[in-house]
Design a protein around this ligand. Structure first.
Ligand code: URA
Length: 240
């Protein structure tokens, strides 16, 4: 049965649907020897020849999903032109080609999901599902009730208000404050920019939860496969 090219690429474990659309638009995908730039191009798996960056996509990989405790000072990418350590290197003993679900900044640590399951990645990242992500942040100073309210109700970033966030203080060093917050969006450097906007810059940031998945006591740099139960818990929420 014919299916859209970006859907097939996601199923083949090349990238999430959204990333596959970008690959196609960038002219990196050829079908039957011709570059196509329309992600909605219809293809038939097993019949049409699909290449990405000239690599033949000829099998549907078994699905693998892991969580990594990304350490600080590591780039969320498959390869870094500046030669910095990458998240891909930390999971290199897994044979499948895994791609990250969203991104954590270079200086942010914590829970990063890596998968070759395009459908799962699409669900976890798409803004329309608003999957909650929880962070532990150390902010400079002692935020006032007014600042906490602004974070909770939304601050303006690039002319657009952030969606309501859950936020609570969980401790203080006297000079600085530990905060736990949960947001449902995934704008670029969102947590850091929200706190900067209210005058309390983030000094440390760690993601501890992504939807139903928790980081637990995984050591920085270590990863583990999601359990069947964890995958089922996500899958049963994916609309069909
Ligand atoms: N918000 C940020 O500011 N940085 C991250 O890495 C994730 C969320």
């Amino acid at each position: 049965m014919a299916k859209r090219l970006h859907v097939i690429l996601a199923r083949a474990g090349v990238a999430s649907r959204r990333q596959a659309e970008e690959l196609i638009r960038e002219g990196r995908v050829a079908v039957n020897g011709k570059v196509v730039v329309d992600p909605a191009t219809q293809v038939v798996w097993g019949q049409d020849t699909i290449r990405v960056d000239n690599r033949l996509i000829d099998r549907l990989e078994p699905k693998v999903t892991v969580i990594l405790n990304k350490p600080r000072g590591v780039v969320t990418t498959v390869s870094d032109p500046k030669g910095r350590p990458t998240t891909a290197e930390l999971v290199r003993d897994i044979k499948a080609r895994l791609f990250p679900v969203g991104r954590l900044d270079y200086h942010t640590e914590g829970l990063l999901i890596l998968t070759n399951d395009g459908e799962l990645a699409q669900y976890l990242q798409h803004p329309k599902y608003g999957i909650p992500k929880t962070y532990l942040a150390k902010v400079k100073g002692l935020p006032t009730a007014q600042a906490m309210k602004r974070i909770r109700c939304g601050v303006i970033l690039n002319g657009k208000q952030t969606a309501p966030a859950k936020v609570r203080k969980i401790g203080t060093t006297g000079k600085n404050t530990w905060i736990e917050m949960t947001i449902r969006e995934g704008r670029n450097r969102q947590v850091r920019r929200m706190w900067a906007a209210v005058g309390y810059p983030v000094l440390k940031l760690k993601r501890t939860r992504y939807g139903t998945i928790r980081l637990g006591n995984l050591k920085p740099g270590a990863y583990r496969r999601l359990t069947r139960r964890e995958i089922e818990d996500i899958r049963k929420c994916i609309p069909r």
